[in-house]
Write a protein of this length. Structure first.
Length: 346
């Protein structure tokens, strides 16, 4: 998932020399696509990756330049050549990557803080960066909905710029560089989405690797169970949220939506049945239940198994044991997230 969430958690001040590097254009193939960001902190810590290690060493020198100049810059890496002549690493990745490097000054820090607030509240935010001809000046405009904008964009031509940003927000189009006619303005467009939510019903031992892997994969993970001795921070330190209570108490509070995923893993037939009955009519992004089709038919009182129920949960990789099963389930969750969103889900 997007590294922006981890990056926003690491940015705590505008006085630490932090620098943000973002892929804004890709030609050919690349390890990461447009919209991927990486944070270079003033204390030397790095958050995120733009490549498989091919660019980061050179980027660190560019970041030092940006800190000294206190102005943005763009750099293009030609990774397509297999020799050491065109750029210096001979990576042969068949891609040309353009990276925007920006110092996080007070103004940008405030904008990123506001972005973080909206994302934590479950709201998608679209962004436009207006680049000057020499790319050493960048104006930023954010859109939350048709009427809610924030940024440091010059008022000149904002009507047309807002129109372009609205279109991006509505259509979920690909991130990247565009030239806005007739303004002849180069802009970079991207939409940030909140972390996808995963609800894990059941706090058994096999849920532990599932919660850990799902969190690492970028999901906002809620673990819930009626057994307080099992459903605790001690067993699930990586969970974003831990809710103790019976399904009839917890599920109405969750406000499940079409963008959410759920896994039922209590290993208790009656509890699985209760949970399934509560959430079956919600058009979830993903609904997984441990156990085969026959068990699901029993849970549904002999009714035909709904095609939206993934049972057994997880990709068919021959997984055995809690860790392998967790890998198969998280893989299937990622696969489902990659399916292009419909207008109804946005």
């Amino acid at each position: 998932m997007e590294s922006i969430h981890e990056i926003l958690n690491e940015i705590t001040s505008s006085k630490e020399g932090d620098v943000l590097a973002t892929i804004i254009h890709v030609e050919g193939s690349a390890y990461r696509k447009e919209g991927t960001s990486m944070l270079f902190k003033g204390n030397g810590k790095e958050v995120g990756l733009l490549s498989a290690g091919c660019l980061e060493a050179d980027l660190s020198y560019r970041v030092q330049e940006t800190r000294v100049r206190k102005t943005p810059q763009t750099v293009t890496y030609d990774m397509s050549a297999e020799d050491d002549l065109s750029w210096g690493n001979g990576a042969g990745c068949n891609g040309i990557i353009t990276v925007l490097i920006e110092p996080i000054d007070e103004r940008m820090f405030n904008l990123l803080t506001e972005l973080k607030t909206f994302l934590l509240n479950g709201t998608s935010v679209s962004m436009m960066k207006i680049l000057s001809d020499d790319n050493n000046k960048v104006e930023t405009l954010f859109l939350v909905d048709e009427k809610t904008f924030f940024g440091n964009c010059n008022e000149q031509n904002t009507v047309q710029l807002k129109s372009v940003l609205n279109e991006l927000h509505d259509t979920n189009q690909k991130s990247g560089l565009q030239t806005i006619e007739p303004l002849k303005t180069n802009v970079y467009l991207h939409t940030f989405h909140p972390k996808p939510r995963l609800f894990v019903f059941g706090a058994g031992k096999d849920a532990i690797p599932l919660v850990k892997l799902a969190t690492l994969a970028g999901f906002f993970v809620t673990i819930t169970d009626w057994r307080a001795d099992q459903c605790s921070k001690e067993y699930f330190p990586d969970a974003d949220q831990i809710l103790v209570g019976f399904p009839s108490e917890i599920i109405p509070r969750l406000q499940l939506s079409t963008s959410d995923s759920a896994i039922i893993i209590t290993h208790q037939f009656q509890k699985d049945k209760e949970i399934l009955n509560h959430i079956l009519n919600i058009n979830l992004k993903y609904l997984g239940v441990l156990g085969g089709k026959k068990r699901i038919q029993r849970l549904l009182d002999g009714k035909q198994v709904d095609s939206e129920i993934n049972s057994p949960a997880g990709l068919k990789i021959g997984a055995e044991g809690p860790e392998e099963i967790a890998i198969s389930i998280v893989s299937e969750l990622i696969q489902r997230q990659r399916i292009k969103k419909t207008k109804h889900e946005q």
